[in-house]
Ligand binder design. Sequence first.
Ligand SMILES: Cc1cc2nc3c(=O)[nH]c(=O)nc-3n(C[C@H](O)[C@H](O)[C@H](O)COP(=O)(O)OP(=O)(O)OC[C@H]3O[C@@H](n4cnc5c(N)ncnc54)[C@H](O)[C@@H]3O)c2cc1C
Length: 445
Amino acid sequence: MDGLSLETVAGWGRHPVCRAAVARPERLRLPRAGRVLPRGLGRSYGDAAVPASAQSLVLETVRADRILAFEPSTGALTCEAGLSLAEILRVFVPRGWFTPVSPGTKFVTVGGCVASDVHGKNHHRDGSFGGFVGRLVIETADGRLVECGPDRERELFLATVGGMGLTGLITEATIRLKPIETPWMFVETEPAAGLTEMLDRLRHAGKDWPYTVGWIDCLATGSGLGRGIVIRGRHASRGEAPGVPPRENTPRAVPFDGPAWLLSPALMRAFNTAYYRIQCRRTGGRLVSHDAFFYPLDSLRDWNRLYGRHGFLQYQCVVPRAAGAPVLSELLDRLSRAGAASFLAVIKDFGPESDAYLSFPLEGTTLALDLPYRGPATEDLVHLLNATVIRAGGRIYLAKDAATRREDFERMVPRLPEWRRVRDRWDPEHRFGSALSARLLGDES
Ligand SMILES: Cc1cc2nc3c(=O)[nH]c(=O)nc-3n(C[C@H](O)[C@H](O)[C@H](O)COP(=O)(O)OP(=O)(O)OC[C@H]3O[C@@H](n4cnc5c(N)ncnc54)[C@H](O)[C@@H]3O)c2cc1C
């Protein structure tokens, strides 16, 4: 394959890393032989888009980013898998369309969103990304181009949505965009003094608002455990928004790796307390740009460098509704006692799970937070948190993970045997593999 270069590859958390050959072709095709890992913009945090060893070719899709068709009567967009959500929004927001589900960064590809079955602030109402995919074209391990979707080659489709790139290379996708009246968002914020109030407010907001999210001060303890703010939003109507589009942000870059003192517990605590207090004052409704609402972190380019050169793990789990508050407070308590958590944690309500075998969301509450990587101590903490999550019938998000043990993963995912059967049918020799699949599925590295 032309244009190969030897590079250090890592996820957004910058741990783990691997040296491997990387190709960025303009037309997505697999090499005839050898192991391959598809990769988009590398925004998964852990090792899902990191190869297990230098034996694997990393196939980055970012240059295969053409828009192939758009049907204005339905919002159906057909594109190559390397197209980013940032580009979709640049082209389609001025024309009155928005991506149906969006993660907390727009620098992700359509292929990456399908493979992780990403969720957004609207999961409680709209479900995850896979629910808006009408058709995929997949190059399978034997070099065939196979069309699949909810109504054709359904098993391959359900194994690919949320399948972390392990069933084949997604080359094309057709997704359904949703109509919007303006590029503005109408947003309201309210404080929650503790976990029970946070959960109540999230549920209550979810009844009327399409987008909801909570930020938690994950270092608060005692009666303040789980305190934070709830943010609810919707696309603004023509009547309430200004006639001009919002001004675009120029992202600022983090020019160096953050020093260790930045992550000291005292500074983290001060940051979280200050953020909570400032946000408590911002009650009432306001209009903001969709960038400010959906992608606040994108305004700081390379913010992952703030965690220093050892990187960080993001821990994201979901706990079923019935298990609820006691389990979440146990998790927050463990984190707070370990002094391992960092900037704010994100908490969200999820709606029902989808049919895709490995899809992460499950009806209940999800919690996500960054853990600065401090070697085995951080991994032990993940195992401890996982034990609580497993007992509650929950699971962790593969797009964020880099530390979960294989036996714990198997306990979290009841549909894993079904997924394995479909994967083995389409890729019997496991040509597609990653550091994640070596760790969690026992693939050869
Ligand atoms: C700041 C930030 C906020 C985030 N917020 C959220 C959030 O709110 N919700 C959420 O769900 N996620 C969130 N994420 C995670 C992110 O949405 C996912 O990791 C997404 O998959 C990244 O897309 P990518 O193009 O960078 O894929 P990569 O990270 O490059 O790859 C992710 C997976 O997709 C596979 N893959 C990529 N392209 C293809 C392809 N063409 N064919 C087959 N497999 C492919 C890879 O093999 C890998 O397993 C966030 C990430 C960041 C950095």
